[in-house]
Design a protein around this ligand. Sequence first.
Ligand SMILES: N[C@@H](CCC[C@H](N)C(=O)O)C(=O)O
Length: 270
Amino acid sequence: MKFVKMEGLGNDYLFLNCLEGEPPELPRLAKTLSDRHFGVGADGLICVKPGQAGDFTMEMYNADGSRGAMCGNGIRCLGKFVYDSGLTRKCCLTIQTDAGPRGLELSVRNGRVAEVTVDMGQAQIDEEVYCQTAAGAFWVTPVEVGNPHGVVFCPEWTEEETARVGPLLEHCPRLGRRRNIEFLTVEDREHLTVRVWERGSGVTLACGTGACASFAAARRRDLCGPKAQVHLPGGSLRVEERENRLFMTGPAHTVFRGETDFLWHSETEN
Ligand SMILES: N[C@@H](CCC[C@H](N)C(=O)O)C(=O)O
């Protein structure tokens, strides 16, 4: 089975061309291949399927095999995947996701996609929730950007703290459902720093939807202007609000193309 490994700010995904059919047991396949020791290694798996209501459909799985409705870094990579492999010549695409259609604008340099702007739609923000955990109590702002997030405003925050507190907040019953958790430090009105705990994948180097959720939470408190750079451990994204919609711009890269006999794993698993 052929795959392409891609990354957006170090948030890495394995891409499968499923335009003419797909392998069985995709959740299990995602879990097996995403394993960084026994698999290829990735934050998850993305299947590119034919478009029903758009040009293509994105089906996204986290590293634990759970499904993600939207993936900001993944959808930029998908734009590069379909353009660079000649599956489309269009620079404006509509991608169907579990969270609805998303518009992509591809910036092409020397015949290859270098950057992608995604119309992420409107963010829905709820009242802050007080979450008590074994690691202390936190105020969390629930934000939906096609998938569920919880944003915590905090001073400087480390990777170790993210790994310790993230899973506790992900499962906080007061947040209603499992959420991706962002720890947001507002540097100034144009610069936000974010660390992410992704449900289903753990600490990742970046999260596109998480960057947008953090931006939206900061906007709600009037802590940032209509345009900001969101800095994540894997790099920076530009997020902009126009007529109540969020637009995210950032890079996408191909890491390598590969082939795997994933059946070997299924046969030897117990
Ligand atoms: N890394 C992604 C988000 C992937 C899905 C998420 N873990 C979920 O389960 O909602 C991004 O860049 O947005």
